[in-house]
Design a protein around this ligand. Structure first.
Ligand code: GTP
Ligand code: MG
Length: 314
């Protein structure tokens, strides 16, 4: 993002929460990361990547804008799906602004209308329609999409506070989006210490980075079946102060024994790649060398099993 412009001396400081909602794969997490300027939420080209709310903090001289990235809202097929949808609905009841993300490269569909209808019933919270991924379409398609979004609002009685086209990948109109969200926040002091970019616990971020790497290149139902739990993170004993090493033990859970081979790969090659990729990201996040010990375990049908869901943190 471009550097924030200094606040005018007489503008009051604002602070508050804006959540991004939309169907799976709409680009919510990528947009959150782009606005925060660092990776706080994992992303993938598989739907239903995000599984809990992730807060990313945008610091500006005139405001602190806390972005709440939520799981994609969808028709649930499992207990996990229902839990995720509950998380989304609880979140939008608590925020100051709702940013409804609609990808520019896909015509508005039943999934978008389903969400819009629910948003229409939340009267008091301002709603900004965000048309995402504009780099993927030509100007004419974009114009048609903006008109369609406007019409959708009229149809359902939603008065969009703004309709903004953005591209997180192309860094197009991102600072404009922040400029439009900030005036919709209440006046208030800092909510988080200066410099904090997220309030995600390190252990969760590490598990997410491993899951992101494990999602790479897997297809069909498998992405949904993968869950990651960090069991332990401890500095290795007896290391010299200038050469620390962090031992991380994590389990990758899948639902069926037939999935194990795919995750591990021939001669363990896939699992090794997952380890190498995620270790690089974890080291960048924590700023320390890491020894990553990964195991693949079966948690039978965990997406549908309340007990297993609890164990996995849902
Ligand atoms: N070209 C382009 N691709 C984008 C843009 N934003 C997101 N994507 C891609 O769209 C896919 C989905 O992005 P995510 O940010 O994970 O989507 P999400 O809405 O968070 O998805 P869920 O967490 O599953 O609900 C990824 O492959 C991103 O790289 C964009 O501005 N331009
Ligand atoms: Mg996401």
């Amino acid at each position: 993002m471009t550097a924030p412009s200094p606040a005018a001396p007489d503008t009051p400081h604002r602070s508050g929460f804006a959540c991004f909602v939309g169907r799976p794969n709409a680009g919510k997490s990528t947009l959150t990361n782009a606005l925060v300027g660092t990776k706080v939420a994992i992303t993938s080209n598989r739907p239903q990547t995000t599984r809990h709310t992730v807060r990313g903090i945008v610091h500006r001289p005139d405001a602190q804008l806390v972005l709440v990235d939520t799981p994609g809202l969808h028709k649930p097929r499992t207990l996990l799906g229902e839990r995720l949808n509950d998380v989304v609905r609880t979140t939008w009841a608590e925020v100051d602004v709702i940013g409804f993300c609609l990808p520019a490269d896909q015509k508005l569909g039943p999934g978008d209308k389903f969400i819009a209808k629910e948003l229409a019933s939340i009267k008091r919270t301002p709603k900004v329609a965000i048309v995402t991924k504009t780099d993927l379409v030509d100007p004419r398609t974009l114009a048609e999409q903006l008109i369609a979004v406007d019409r959708l609002g009229q149809e359902l009685g939603i008065e969009w506070a703004q309709i903004v086209p953005v591209s997180a990948v192309g860094d197009t109109q991102l600072s404009l989006l922040a400029d439009l969200l900030v005036p919709l926040l209440p006046e208030g002091p800092l909510l988080y210490p200066e410099g904090d970019l997220t309030d995600e616990p390190e252990q969760i971020m590490v598990a997410e980075l491993i899951r992101e790497a494990a999602l790479e290149g897997v297809r069909d139902e498998l992405p949904h079946s993968i869950a990651v739990v960090v069991e332990e993170m401890l500095p290795r004993e007896g290391r010299p102060a200038d050469r620390p090493l962090l031992d991380i033990h994590a389990n990758i859970f899948i639902e069926r024994s037939s999935q194990k081979g795919i995750v591990i790969g021939p001669k363990g090659r896939r699992l090794k790649d997952v380890g190498t990729t995620s270790r690089r990201h974890i080291e960048a996040l924590l700023g320390t060398p890491v020894f990553l010990d990964l195991h693949v375990k079966i948690a039978k049908d965990w997406q549908r099993d309340p007990k297993q869901l609890r164990r996995l943190g849902f």
